[in-house]
Every structure is written in C-alpha cells, then in structure tokens.
Design a binder for this molecule. Sequence first.
Ligand SMILES: Nc1ncnc2c1ncn2[C@@H]1O[C@H](COP(=O)(O)OP(=O)(O)OP(=O)(O)O)[C@@H](O)[C@H]1O
Ligand SMILES: [Mg+2]
Length: 191
Amino acid sequence: MAQRLLIMGPQGVGKGTQAALLAKHYGIPTISTGDIFRYNLKNGTPLGKQAQAYIDKGELVPDELTNSIVQDRLGMDDVQEGWILDGYPRSASQVEALDAMLKELKTPLTAVVALDADRAVLMERMKKRAQIEGRADDTPEAIAKRLDIYAKETEPLLDIYAQRGMLISIDGVGEVETISQHIIDQLDKRS
Ligand SMILES: Nc1ncnc2c1ncn2[C@@H]1O[C@H](COP(=O)(O)OP(=O)(O)OP(=O)(O)O)[C@@H](O)[C@H]1O
Ligand SMILES: [Mg+2]
C-alpha cells in the first residue's frame, strides 16, 4: 500500500533519521522543508535569500513561501508512489494548506507519526549535532526559540490528526533501529 506520511515531533527528536529509514523501507522519497531551505541557503538561491533571516533566528519561514515549495514538490513525478513529509506542516494554516493540496491531488494522508522525547534529551542531542554538523541555527538561542514555537504552534496540531484517527505516537528514546521497527509495525497494522 502506498504510504503518504507526516513525521512530526520536536526539534532533535530524530524525525530526519527515522524519515530516512522509513523512506528506504517503503521505497518512497522524504520531503524535508528544512533540507530544502538549507539547500537553497547553501546555493544562495532567491528562495534561500528570502528564508535566511527567519531560519537564522529560529523563526518559521512565512507560510506563503513554505506552502509553495511543498506544493511544487508534491507535483513532481517521483512522489506518485508515496512520500514522507518531515518538518511540515508546522502551523494551523499549513495544515489547511496541506489539506487543500492533498484534496486537489486526490492523495489523502495515510498516517501521521509523532515522535516524542523529554526536553533535556532534545537539548543534549542538538548540542551534539551542533558540534558535528555545525548547523547555523543550532545556537542555544535559536534552539530555545524553535522549541518554544514547536510547543506553541506545532504540538497542538497533533490533536487535529488524533481526532482524524491518523495519529501514531512513538517514543523517540531508544535505539534508532528499534524505534524504526515500532513505527513500521504500527503502520503495517493500519494498512
Ligand atoms: N514548515 C515550515 N514552516 C516554516 N518554516 C520552516 C518549515 N520547515 C522548516 N522551516 C524553516 O527551516 C528551519 C529548519 O527546519 P528543520 O525542520 O530542519 O529544523 P528543526 O526545526 O530544527 O527540526 P530538526 O531538529 O528536526 O531538524 C526552521 O527553523 C524554519 O526556519
Ligand atoms: Mg530535521
């Protein structure tokens, strides 16, 4: 069965890592808005230039810009057999925008995977990641800002998907492979 998944959860919980394993397992691409923005920053594209100030501060890039990159990506050929969205939607208005896109494409979501971990664990992981990857937005200030915005704007979205019967909640603490297996077990149970 084709999987069209959201992977949600706070910064540093392992969305990117788990998305990559799921993508491999199901043979579908991951669409990470953060990765798309970082690619455009690195290459100094007009999109990168528009997004830079927001990203550096740890703020959300304006919806118009973000929605349009997702819409473009969902129109490409390689996503016809399914996809995983990582880092989107992050606000109520992005949920609305995504609903409209998927309705238009006639490709409903199949499930929403929510990962969670304590704030102390998240802070520790991001500190490590900052040393390894040197992401410009992994400064203590930008990290704190992103976690606050997550709690305020993104976490409440989980209720929306729970009400729709779409939500799979998974503990994000443990071995990477174990977590991945938990997700796959739950997804396969649904289909
Ligand atoms: N859906 C979105 N809406 C608005 N801005 C976004 C969105 N996705 C990414 N961004 C911008 O790109 C930045 C990096 O996103 P990304 O998801 O990689 O980082 P993150 O929030 O630290 O999560 P993670 O720790 O999982 O990588 C965000 O801080 C934000 O400025
Ligand atoms: Mg990520």
